[in-house]
Design a protein around this ligand. Structure first.
Ligand SMILES: [Mg+2]
Length: 261
């Protein structure tokens, strides 16, 4: 998005030692970046569309290769063209057990006997593993290494619990680069309450004014603002669109990848 023509090639893009002529790196002046996880580091949409595709593959294997993908996308609330999870669709708003029953009913409605519909869904159904399904929005080890090389420390504040968050960070090969982690079951009030940011800043000994908060949802940005963060950055890889985030953020980027471009 930014590295336009005429810009000198540089392996260390984003390292905050360049002159002002190269453009101000997004995190210039910051010593700490606090990231949200889902929708910010991980592509929420890809994760669920991958799961639904696997479900469709398994059901087709049990159904003489006849596919029921349109039905599955409809029930799950995934736009088949973009793979995006629709905000009020099944996956966004329905517990898993009810979603399974809804798929059975939809297959029946397509002309299958109840016993057949049950058999096909049973053949395909598997619990989603959010850790194994986690798809990073970019090369996170490289991004975090670039930030660290530029003198920026890294923390994560998430509404997910600690155990799955630690597993996910390990799976993504970034656990060692994250110095502080605030999770839903740690006891801090939930976003947009600023306590998680204050706790991380205190733990790492960095002032809020030298801290950037980066997230995909209005709650992330409101948390950063309420904490007095030096920079609040919205990213478009999750639930928030540009219009929603722009009024609440200092900057809106397509993705965290743009933090070092
Ligand atoms: Mg998020």
């Amino acid at each position: 998005m930014t590295g336009g023509p005429g810009r000198a090639p540089s392996r260390a893009a984003g390292v905050a030692t360049e002159g002002a002529t190269a453009g101000v790196p997004p995190l210039a002046g910051m010593e700490l970046a606090i990231f949200d996880k889902d929708g910010t580091l991980i592509d929420f949409h890809l994760m669920w569309s991958d799961w639904v595709r696997e479900l469709g593959d398994r059901m087709a294997a049990a159904n003489d290769e006849r596919r029921l993908d349109a039905i599955l996308h409809e029930v799950m609330g995934i736009d088949p063209a973009s793979g995006r999870v629709l905000p009020h669709g099944g996956l966004a708003a329905t517990p898993m057990v009810r979603l399974r029953a809804a798929v059975v009913r939809a297959v029946e409605a397509a002309g299958y006997a109840n016993a057949t519909a049950e058999r096909l869904v049973a053949a395909g159904w598997h619990a989603p593993d959010p850790v194994l399904l986690a798809r990073p929005v970019t090369d996170l080890p490289a991004l975090f290494a670039s930030l660290r090389a530029a003198g920026i420390r890294i923390a994560v504040a998430t509404s997910d619990d600690r155990r799955p968050t630690e597993r996910t960070l390990a799976h993504l090969d970034i656990a060692d680069l994250v110095e502080a982690l605030s999770c839903a079951d740690d006891g801090h009030p939930v976003k947009p309450n600023p306590d998680a940011v204050h706790w991380i800043c205190r733990t790492l000994g960095v002032a809020e004014s030298r801290t950037a908060v980066i997230g995909d949802s209005p709650a992330d940005l409101a948390m950063g603002r309420a904490a007095g963060a030096g920079l609040v950055v919205g990213v478009l890889t999750g639930v928030g669109d540009r219009a929603t985030l722009a009024s609440r953020a200092d900057r809106v980027l397509e993705s965290v990848a743009d933090l070092v471009r």
